[in-house]
Design a protein around this ligand. Sequence first.
Ligand SMILES: [Zn+2]
Ligand SMILES: [Zn+2]
Length: 339
Amino acid sequence: MILNSITVLQTNNEPLDLVDIPEPIPGDDELLIKVTTCGVCHTELDEIEGRTPPPLFPVIPGHEVIGRVVATGKNVNDIQINDRVGVAWIFSSCGKCSYCLSGQENLCPDFKATGRDANGGYAEFMTVPVAFTYPIPEIFTDAQAAPLLCAGAVGYRSFRLAEIRNGQKVGLTGFGASGHLVLQIIRHKYPDSQVYVFVRSSNERAFAMELGASWSGDTTDTAPQLLDSIIDTTPVWKPVVEALKKLKPGGRLVINAIRKEEVDKDYLLNIDYTSHLWMEKEIKSVANVTRSDVRELLEIAAEIPIIPETQQYKLEEANVALMELKNRKIRGAKVLVMD
Ligand SMILES: [Zn+2]
Ligand SMILES: [Zn+2]
């Protein structure tokens, strides 16, 4: 399923085209994998609608990829044919810059994203540098593992950047694919912390309570307590403004979104310095992921275990899955399953 150009989803509900193209050939340090499953992520909407545009077209989207190795480049030694591997948002980084050398390869100026800067997993086959693949713990099926690679890994990075201590009160605003995984990570790592979930849909509020939230309410509702930190996993601005009001002095808001949509940008004019920002409140964004975020998340997810709820689609139904995501028909994570 390829993206040929940036498009507007309000008027074009079939942004991707199903085409037959030759099987890619792995480079010396790469694997050729037969894709079995690929998660569908909100970032694909950002690519399609041009908020984080691919540099070249056509491109195959998809960055939550599970597959089996079918061929290896000549420098690849430690991987066997038929091994199960995952590919995440980080397709490659330079390995030489100060960010790469200090464990912040997510900030590398030469960061390449799977499915945007290189062909991704909305396909039967893909190639990927072996150094940017991960073994998948046996406990997960392919469909369960796929959403962990992005929603999980980026969620885990946002959880780390929130710098939560056990017992602190934590908020989550938005409760989609990433939010429902972050809630489970917090419950596991910090059992004495209470989690407050802010989300518009009553179904998602009920889902949050099922997964162990202490309280749930609408985006604009006031929680019974001020919170130490809040993680925002929404694509819009209103939850950001509303979250700042809910923070304690010194509290931190972590924004887990690659791009924000423009639809409600004027909501930012509601910011009042005294109630939203004063008292040393902080805002931090999350950019990309590192390989150690992905590895650590897979380990923690297997340990808890976090078994993502998935909704499955065929590869040729990718447009349907994307439009449902666009229209916020979400419960758990959407995955494409190849035949
Ligand atoms: Zn993603
Ligand atoms: Zn670098």
